[in-house]
Design a protein around this ligand. Structure first.
Ligand SMILES: C[S@@+](CC[C@H](N)C(=O)[O-])C[C@H]1O[C@@H](n2cnc3c(N)ncnc32)[C@H](O)[C@@H]1O
Length: 331
Protein backbone atom coordinates (compact mmCIF):
# COMPACT_ATOMS: atom_id res chain seq x y z
CA UNK A 1 0.00 0.00 0.00
CA UNK A 2 1.29 3.46 -0.87
CA UNK A 3 2.16 5.44 2.22
CA UNK A 4 2.84 8.85 0.72
CA UNK A 5 3.89 11.89 2.73
CA UNK A 6 1.06 13.53 4.63
CA UNK A 7 0.90 17.28 5.06
CA UNK A 8 -1.29 16.89 8.13
CA UNK A 9 -0.58 13.58 9.85
CA UNK A 10 -3.71 13.53 11.98
CA UNK A 11 -6.55 15.82 12.94
CA UNK A 12 -6.90 13.73 16.11
CA UNK A 13 -5.66 16.34 18.65
CA UNK A 14 -8.21 18.81 17.25
CA UNK A 15 -11.16 16.47 16.74
CA UNK A 16 -10.96 14.29 19.83
CA UNK A 17 -10.49 17.25 22.16
CA UNK A 18 -13.83 18.72 21.10
CA UNK A 19 -16.90 17.98 23.26
CA UNK A 20 -18.92 16.89 20.20
CA UNK A 21 -22.42 15.66 21.14
CA UNK A 22 -24.06 12.68 19.42
CA UNK A 23 -26.04 13.68 16.30
CA UNK A 24 -29.46 15.16 17.17
CA UNK A 25 -31.40 12.49 15.25
CA UNK A 26 -29.72 9.75 17.28
CA UNK A 27 -30.32 11.52 20.62
CA UNK A 28 -33.95 12.22 19.70
CA UNK A 29 -34.76 8.56 19.01
CA UNK A 30 -32.62 7.00 21.78
CA UNK A 31 -35.30 6.75 24.55
CA UNK A 32 -37.85 5.26 22.14
CA UNK A 33 -35.27 2.82 20.76
CA UNK A 34 -34.29 1.72 24.29
CA UNK A 35 -37.94 1.06 25.23
CA UNK A 36 -38.43 -0.96 22.05
CA UNK A 37 -35.26 -2.96 22.68
CA UNK A 38 -36.51 -3.87 26.18
CA UNK A 39 -39.93 -4.90 24.83
CA UNK A 40 -38.39 -7.14 22.16
CA UNK A 41 -36.00 -8.75 24.65
CA UNK A 42 -38.87 -9.39 27.08
CA UNK A 43 -40.96 -10.95 24.31
CA UNK A 44 -38.10 -13.22 23.16
CA UNK A 45 -36.73 -14.16 26.60
CA UNK A 46 -37.70 -17.87 26.48
CA UNK A 47 -36.18 -18.26 23.01
CA UNK A 48 -32.99 -16.46 24.08
CA UNK A 49 -32.61 -18.73 27.12
CA UNK A 50 -32.92 -21.79 24.82
CA UNK A 51 -30.42 -20.27 22.40
CA UNK A 52 -27.88 -19.66 25.19
CA UNK A 53 -28.20 -23.35 26.16
CA UNK A 54 -27.83 -24.50 22.54
CA UNK A 55 -24.69 -22.32 22.17
CA UNK A 56 -22.93 -24.48 24.79
CA UNK A 57 -23.84 -27.75 22.99
CA UNK A 58 -23.85 -27.13 19.23
CA UNK A 59 -22.30 -23.80 18.28
CA UNK A 60 -22.73 -24.22 14.51
CA UNK A 61 -26.53 -24.59 14.75
CA UNK A 62 -26.81 -21.91 17.44
CA UNK A 63 -24.82 -19.50 15.22
CA UNK A 64 -27.29 -19.96 12.35
CA UNK A 65 -30.28 -19.43 14.66
CA UNK A 66 -28.69 -16.37 16.29
CA UNK A 67 -27.89 -14.82 12.88
CA UNK A 68 -31.47 -15.28 11.67
CA UNK A 69 -32.95 -13.96 14.94
CA UNK A 70 -30.62 -10.94 14.93
CA UNK A 71 -31.56 -10.01 11.35
CA UNK A 72 -35.28 -10.35 12.07
CA UNK A 73 -35.31 -8.48 15.40
CA UNK A 74 -33.16 -5.59 14.25
CA UNK A 75 -35.35 -5.16 11.20
CA UNK A 76 -38.41 -5.08 13.48
CA UNK A 77 -36.64 -2.69 15.89
CA UNK A 78 -35.79 -0.25 13.07
CA UNK A 79 -39.25 -0.28 11.48
CA UNK A 80 -41.05 -0.03 14.83
CA UNK A 81 -38.82 2.89 15.88
CA UNK A 82 -39.67 4.79 12.70
CA UNK A 83 -43.38 3.95 12.98
CA UNK A 84 -43.69 4.98 16.64
CA UNK A 85 -41.63 8.13 16.12
CA UNK A 86 -43.99 9.10 13.30
CA UNK A 87 -46.68 9.38 15.99
CA UNK A 88 -44.36 11.21 18.43
CA UNK A 89 -43.03 14.75 18.92
CA UNK A 90 -41.97 16.97 16.02
CA UNK A 91 -38.29 16.25 16.70
CA UNK A 92 -38.91 12.48 16.77
CA UNK A 93 -40.92 12.65 13.54
CA UNK A 94 -38.15 14.58 11.80
CA UNK A 95 -35.39 12.31 13.16
CA UNK A 96 -37.25 9.18 12.03
CA UNK A 97 -37.99 10.61 8.57
CA UNK A 98 -34.28 11.42 8.11
CA UNK A 99 -33.09 8.03 9.40
CA UNK A 100 -35.65 6.12 7.31
CA UNK A 101 -34.27 7.73 4.16
CA UNK A 102 -30.66 7.40 5.27
CA UNK A 103 -30.68 3.68 6.14
CA UNK A 104 -29.90 1.34 3.26
CA UNK A 105 -28.32 -2.12 3.30
CA UNK A 106 -26.17 -1.60 0.17
CA UNK A 107 -23.10 -3.57 -0.90
CA UNK A 108 -19.55 -2.20 -0.70
CA UNK A 109 -17.21 -2.71 -3.66
CA UNK A 110 -14.52 -3.72 -1.14
CA UNK A 111 -16.58 -6.83 -0.33
CA UNK A 112 -17.17 -7.75 -4.00
CA UNK A 113 -14.73 -10.51 -5.02
CA UNK A 114 -15.18 -9.61 -8.72
CA UNK A 115 -13.73 -6.11 -8.18
CA UNK A 116 -10.22 -5.68 -9.60
CA UNK A 117 -7.50 -6.22 -6.96
CA UNK A 118 -5.93 -2.82 -7.78
CA UNK A 119 -9.24 -1.03 -7.15
CA UNK A 120 -9.65 -2.94 -3.88
CA UNK A 121 -6.11 -1.86 -2.98
CA UNK A 122 -6.99 1.80 -3.68
CA UNK A 123 -10.13 1.57 -1.53
CA UNK A 124 -8.12 0.08 1.33
CA UNK A 125 -5.35 2.71 1.07
CA UNK A 126 -7.83 5.62 0.79
CA UNK A 127 -9.60 4.30 3.88
CA UNK A 128 -6.28 4.04 5.71
CA UNK A 129 -5.42 7.68 4.89
CA UNK A 130 -8.80 8.91 6.15
CA UNK A 131 -8.58 6.78 9.31
CA UNK A 132 -5.11 8.17 10.02
CA UNK A 133 -6.24 11.72 9.37
CA UNK A 134 -9.29 11.68 11.64
CA UNK A 135 -7.61 9.48 14.24
CA UNK A 136 -10.26 6.74 14.03
CA UNK A 137 -8.27 4.32 16.13
CA UNK A 138 -8.27 6.62 19.15
CA UNK A 139 -11.97 5.76 19.42
CA UNK A 140 -10.98 2.21 20.35
CA UNK A 141 -8.79 3.38 23.25
CA UNK A 142 -11.66 5.54 24.46
CA UNK A 143 -14.17 2.69 24.22
CA UNK A 144 -11.75 0.18 25.82
CA UNK A 145 -11.20 2.14 29.04
CA UNK A 146 -8.66 0.26 31.19
CA UNK A 147 -9.16 -3.13 29.43
CA UNK A 148 -5.84 -3.04 27.55
CA UNK A 149 -3.69 -3.06 30.69
CA UNK A 150 -1.96 -3.27 33.05
CA UNK A 151 0.67 -5.89 32.34
CA UNK A 152 1.30 -8.00 29.24
CA UNK A 153 -1.92 -8.21 27.19
CA UNK A 154 -2.62 -10.37 24.14
CA UNK A 155 -4.94 -8.74 21.58
CA UNK A 156 -6.79 -10.61 18.83
CA UNK A 157 -7.91 -8.11 16.17
CA UNK A 158 -10.76 -9.36 13.94
CA UNK A 159 -11.33 -8.37 10.30
CA UNK A 160 -8.04 -6.45 10.38
CA UNK A 161 -7.73 -5.90 6.61
CA UNK A 162 -4.65 -3.72 6.01
CA UNK A 163 -3.98 -3.90 9.76
CA UNK A 164 -4.70 -0.26 10.52
CA UNK A 165 -5.75 -0.78 14.13
CA UNK A 166 -3.34 -3.64 14.82
CA UNK A 167 -0.30 -1.59 13.71
CA UNK A 168 -1.57 1.53 15.44
CA UNK A 169 -1.89 -0.41 18.72
CA UNK A 170 1.67 -1.71 18.37
CA UNK A 171 2.92 1.86 17.81
CA UNK A 172 0.79 3.50 20.51
CA UNK A 173 1.10 0.76 23.15
CA UNK A 174 4.67 1.51 24.32
CA UNK A 175 3.97 5.28 24.23
CA UNK A 176 1.05 4.75 26.61
CA UNK A 177 2.71 2.22 28.92
CA UNK A 178 0.75 -0.70 27.44
CA UNK A 179 2.44 -4.06 26.82
CA UNK A 180 0.46 -5.34 23.85
CA UNK A 181 1.07 -8.41 21.77
CA UNK A 182 -1.20 -8.05 18.72
CA UNK A 183 -2.46 -10.65 16.23
CA UNK A 184 -4.14 -9.28 13.07
CA UNK A 185 -6.64 -11.59 11.37
CA UNK A 186 -8.82 -11.59 8.26
CA UNK A 187 -10.91 -13.97 6.22
CA UNK A 188 -8.09 -14.62 3.73
CA UNK A 189 -4.37 -14.70 4.42
CA UNK A 190 -3.52 -12.61 1.31
CA UNK A 191 -5.75 -9.77 2.63
CA UNK A 192 -3.14 -9.46 5.40
CA UNK A 193 -0.18 -8.96 3.01
CA UNK A 194 -0.27 -5.13 3.26
CA UNK A 195 -0.35 -5.39 7.06
CA UNK A 196 2.68 -7.70 7.09
CA UNK A 197 4.56 -5.44 4.66
CA UNK A 198 3.81 -2.31 6.68
CA UNK A 199 4.80 -4.08 9.92
CA UNK A 200 8.10 -5.23 8.35
CA UNK A 201 8.87 -1.69 7.09
CA UNK A 202 8.13 -0.18 10.51
CA UNK A 203 9.90 -2.97 12.45
CA UNK A 204 6.74 -3.81 14.41
CA UNK A 205 6.26 -7.34 15.82
CA UNK A 206 2.85 -8.01 14.25
CA UNK A 207 1.48 -11.55 14.25
CA UNK A 208 -1.05 -12.53 11.59
CA UNK A 209 -3.49 -15.37 11.02
CA UNK A 210 -6.33 -16.17 8.59
CA UNK A 211 -9.50 -16.40 10.66
CA UNK A 212 -13.22 -16.31 9.93
CA UNK A 213 -14.47 -13.98 12.64
CA UNK A 214 -17.93 -15.57 12.47
CA UNK A 215 -16.70 -19.09 13.21
CA UNK A 216 -13.43 -18.93 15.11
CA UNK A 217 -11.55 -22.16 15.38
CA UNK A 218 -9.99 -21.06 18.67
CA UNK A 219 -10.25 -22.37 22.23
CA UNK A 220 -12.29 -20.39 24.77
CA UNK A 221 -10.37 -17.63 26.58
CA UNK A 222 -7.42 -17.74 24.13
CA UNK A 223 -6.67 -13.98 24.10
CA UNK A 224 -6.99 -11.28 26.77
CA UNK A 225 -8.81 -8.75 24.59
CA UNK A 226 -10.62 -9.19 21.27
CA UNK A 227 -10.96 -6.05 19.11
CA UNK A 228 -12.68 -5.15 15.86
CA UNK A 229 -12.83 -1.72 14.29
CA UNK A 230 -14.28 -0.05 11.20
CA UNK A 231 -15.68 -3.41 10.17
CA UNK A 232 -18.94 -4.31 11.89
CA UNK A 233 -21.02 -2.54 9.23
CA UNK A 234 -19.61 -5.11 6.77
CA UNK A 235 -21.70 -7.73 8.58
CA UNK A 236 -25.48 -8.20 8.67
CA UNK A 237 -27.14 -7.44 12.06
CA UNK A 238 -27.45 -11.14 12.89
CA UNK A 239 -23.80 -11.68 11.99
CA UNK A 240 -22.81 -8.87 14.39
CA UNK A 241 -24.55 -10.80 17.19
CA UNK A 242 -22.62 -13.95 16.16
CA UNK A 243 -19.36 -11.97 15.93
CA UNK A 244 -19.83 -10.67 19.47
CA UNK A 245 -20.77 -14.07 20.91
CA UNK A 246 -17.70 -15.63 19.28
CA UNK A 247 -15.45 -12.79 20.46
CA UNK A 248 -16.72 -13.05 24.06
CA UNK A 249 -16.08 -16.80 24.01
CA UNK A 250 -12.48 -16.33 22.84
CA UNK A 251 -11.71 -13.38 25.18
CA UNK A 252 -10.24 -13.79 28.67
CA UNK A 253 -10.84 -10.19 29.74
CA UNK A 254 -12.98 -8.14 27.35
CA UNK A 255 -14.20 -7.40 23.85
CA UNK A 256 -14.02 -3.92 22.31
CA UNK A 257 -15.63 -3.06 18.98
CA UNK A 258 -15.78 0.40 17.40
CA UNK A 259 -17.23 1.64 14.13
CA UNK A 260 -18.65 4.75 12.52
CA UNK A 261 -22.17 5.89 13.24
CA UNK A 262 -25.18 6.01 10.89
CA UNK A 263 -26.01 9.72 10.64
CA UNK A 264 -26.40 12.40 8.00
CA UNK A 265 -23.61 14.37 9.71
CA UNK A 266 -21.27 11.41 9.26
CA UNK A 267 -22.39 10.87 5.68
CA UNK A 268 -21.71 14.49 4.68
CA UNK A 269 -18.41 14.92 6.52
CA UNK A 270 -16.93 11.51 5.67
CA UNK A 271 -17.76 11.70 1.95
CA UNK A 272 -16.45 15.29 1.78
CA UNK A 273 -13.21 14.11 3.37
CA UNK A 274 -12.80 11.24 0.89
CA UNK A 275 -13.47 13.57 -2.06
CA UNK A 276 -11.24 16.31 -0.62
CA UNK A 277 -8.35 13.87 -0.22
CA UNK A 278 -8.56 12.90 -3.89
CA UNK A 279 -9.82 9.37 -3.25
CA UNK A 280 -10.75 6.89 -6.00
CA UNK A 281 -14.48 7.07 -6.96
CA UNK A 282 -14.87 3.49 -5.68
CA UNK A 283 -13.73 4.69 -2.23
CA UNK A 284 -16.30 7.52 -2.23
CA UNK A 285 -18.96 4.97 -3.25
CA UNK A 286 -17.97 2.67 -0.38
CA UNK A 287 -17.92 5.59 2.08
CA UNK A 288 -21.55 6.46 1.27
CA UNK A 289 -22.69 2.82 1.25
CA UNK A 290 -20.98 2.04 4.56
CA UNK A 291 -22.31 5.05 6.51
CA UNK A 292 -25.85 4.15 5.43
CA UNK A 293 -25.35 0.56 6.70
CA UNK A 294 -23.85 1.56 10.05
CA UNK A 295 -25.50 1.01 13.44
CA UNK A 296 -26.63 3.40 16.17
CA UNK A 297 -25.77 2.52 19.82
CA UNK A 298 -29.25 1.25 20.77
CA UNK A 299 -29.26 -1.17 17.81
CA UNK A 300 -25.89 -2.59 18.84
CA UNK A 301 -27.19 -2.89 22.41
CA UNK A 302 -30.08 -5.01 21.16
CA UNK A 303 -27.73 -7.28 19.17
CA UNK A 304 -25.36 -7.54 22.16
CA UNK A 305 -28.25 -8.63 24.39
CA UNK A 306 -29.15 -11.43 21.94
CA UNK A 307 -25.60 -12.82 21.85
CA UNK A 308 -24.86 -15.61 24.37
CA UNK A 309 -22.13 -14.64 26.85
CA UNK A 310 -24.00 -13.19 29.80
CA UNK A 311 -24.86 -9.62 30.78
CA UNK A 312 -22.62 -6.57 30.81
CA UNK A 313 -22.24 -5.66 27.11
CA UNK A 314 -22.92 -2.00 26.44
CA UNK A 315 -22.77 0.24 23.34
CA UNK A 316 -22.36 4.00 23.45
CA UNK A 317 -21.58 7.04 21.32
CA UNK A 318 -17.84 7.79 21.28
CA UNK A 319 -17.06 11.39 20.24
CA UNK A 320 -16.60 12.72 17.70
CA UNK A 321 -18.21 10.23 15.30
CA UNK A 322 -18.11 6.64 16.49
CA UNK A 323 -20.04 3.93 18.27
CA UNK A 324 -18.17 1.74 20.78
CA UNK A 325 -19.23 -1.64 22.17
CA UNK A 326 -17.53 -2.93 25.33
CA UNK A 327 -18.32 -6.39 26.71
CA UNK A 328 -16.74 -8.56 29.40
CA UNK A 329 -15.48 -12.04 28.46
CA UNK A 330 -18.24 -14.65 28.42
CA UNK A 331 -19.47 -15.52 31.89
C1 LIG B 1 -12.90 -2.05 6.39
S1 LIG B 1 -11.95 -3.48 6.54
C2 LIG B 1 -11.43 -3.43 8.19
C3 LIG B 1 -10.50 -2.31 8.57
C4 LIG B 1 -9.60 -2.62 9.73
N1 LIG B 1 -10.22 -3.34 10.81
C5 LIG B 1 -8.87 -1.41 10.30
O1 LIG B 1 -8.14 -1.63 11.27
O2 LIG B 1 -8.98 -0.29 9.80
C6 LIG B 1 -13.13 -4.80 6.66
C7 LIG B 1 -12.48 -6.17 6.63
O3 LIG B 1 -13.42 -7.15 7.08
C8 LIG B 1 -13.00 -8.38 6.52
N2 LIG B 1 -14.02 -9.43 6.73
C9 LIG B 1 -15.25 -9.52 6.17
N3 LIG B 1 -15.88 -10.65 6.60
C10 LIG B 1 -15.02 -11.28 7.45
C11 LIG B 1 -15.09 -12.48 8.22
N4 LIG B 1 -16.17 -13.28 8.21
N5 LIG B 1 -14.03 -12.80 9.00
C12 LIG B 1 -12.93 -12.02 9.03
N6 LIG B 1 -12.81 -10.87 8.33
C13 LIG B 1 -13.83 -10.51 7.54
C14 LIG B 1 -12.76 -7.99 5.07
O4 LIG B 1 -11.97 -8.95 4.39
C15 LIG B 1 -12.06 -6.64 5.24
O5 LIG B 1 -10.66 -6.78 5.19
Amino acid sequence: MAEGPQVVESLHPLLHGLPVPAPTAILALAPLRRRLRDELLQRERARLARLAGAWEVDRASARAELAALGDRLLDEHRHQAWARAARGSGVERLAAAVDRRLFRQGAELMDDPSVDARVRGRIVSDLARVNDLIGSYWSLLRAAGPSLGPGPTTVLDLASGHGGLALWLLRQGPRRGLQLQVTATDLRDDYLDPARQRAARAGLPLQTMALDALAMDLAPRSYDVVTCTQAIHHFSPGQVAVLLAEARRVARRSVVFTDGLRSTRQLGLACALFVGMGSHPASVHDCAVSVRRMFVPEELDLLAALAPGGPGAHARFVAPAFVGLLAPAAA
